[in-house]
Design a protein around this ligand. Structure first.
Ligand code: GLN
Length: 306
């Protein structure tokens, strides 16, 4: 990592840390209310393998919806183009847990990153894999090079106990014919998937295959074709931040994905991935300081895809 990049990241952290943040923790998942809201960390991994981080970048947090990109990657890897008949590729313009458009579009979610779309992807994985829960975990262990990665039972159980909207979404889609398995089984897998925990360093490394034409950085193993990689990155750009996806492209200028644990991962194809973590969320459910910090980095480095 060049010293130039290090000082840009360091300065962005120093600029962002003192900002006033009115955001709120995602207390609708009770376990996430126990997190220190003032945490802030950032880590960049370049595709030459060098990496650099500042602040709370080595502390684990709940990656939540960021995992939706990884479940989609597994589904695309196994099923190819067939999945696009079950979930669309259009921005939703709605909140991540909205029921609104499902009736209009007859149970086909607008994209795989809103909750409804990710729930359908979980259903697809259950239909096509022997043991989706285990095989997804193995897939992420391989991508992240964290051999002992496990689901967080505390977080999954906490969300299972209160996830009424997701239960409603899954049942509603089932009634419209686009969930093939038992809704309870699909939801269990969805909550487990969202419960994975990583730190910024691990998250930026896990996503580096998407900045590297679909190949893992450390061993060159091919995860996705370059065309599939292009599609996932395009979806992150257009749908990764729900009804704030336009704002993120406008301010940060990179494909990315957020989670209600306060994490964001963003990447520049053929150059780098970055992960940030700050738990206070804005009204759209995206990390307020996380977005600010990334905006500062792409502005000062003049390295956005635009
Ligand atoms: N598990 C969370 C939920 O379903 C994921 C949402 C998110 O991170 N945006 O509500």
């Amino acid at each position: 990592m060049t010293s130039n990049f290090k000082s840009i990241i360091e300065n962005a952290y120093q600029h962002t840390k003192p900002l006033k943040d009115q955001g709120k923790l995602a207390t609708y998942i009770p376990e996430l209310a126990n997190v220190n809201p003032d945490k802030l960390g950032v880590h960049m991994t370049k595709i030459d393998g060098t990496s650099f981080g500042v602040g709370d970048h080595l502390e684990k947090f709940s990656i939540q919806s960021i995992a939706k990109v990884l479940s989609l990657a597994l589904a695309v890897k196994f099923l190819g183009e067939k999945i696009w008949t079950r979930v669309d590729v259009e921005p939703s313009g709605t909140k991540f847990d909205s029921l609104l458009l499902l009736e209009t579009y007859k149970g086909i979610p607008r994209n795989p990153f809103v909750n409804s779309g990710a729930i359908v992807i979980c259903d697809i994985l259950i239909s096509h894999l022997e043991n989706a829960r285990e095989e997804f975990l193995e897939f992420v262990r391989d991508l992240s090079d964290i051999p002992n990665l496990t689901y967080s039972d505390n977080i999954a159980d906490s969300e299972k106990a209160t996830g009424y909207r997701n239960v409603a979404l899954c049942n509603f889609i089932k009634s419209l014919g686009n969930i093939k398995n038992d809704p309870a089984e699909v939801l269990d897998f969805y909550f487990d998937m969202c419960s994975l925990e990583m730190n910024c360093e691990q998250l930026s490394r896990t996503f580096s295959f998407l900045a590297n034409g679909g190949k893992k950085l450390n061993d060159g193993k091919k995860i996705l074709t370059s065309s599939q990689t292009k599609r996932l990155n395009a979806l992150m750009l257009t749908c990764g931040f729900y009804d704030e996806s336009g704002e993120f492209a406008f301010k940060v200028g990179l494909p990315g994905k957020s989670g209600v644990g306060g994490g964001i991962v963003a990447l520049y194809p053929n150059k780098y991935t970055m992960a940030v973590w700050s738990p206070r969320l804005n009204a759209n459910g995206n990390s307020f300081k996380g977005m600010k910090l990334l905006e500062d980095i792409t502005t000062h480095s003049e390295m956005s895809i635009f």
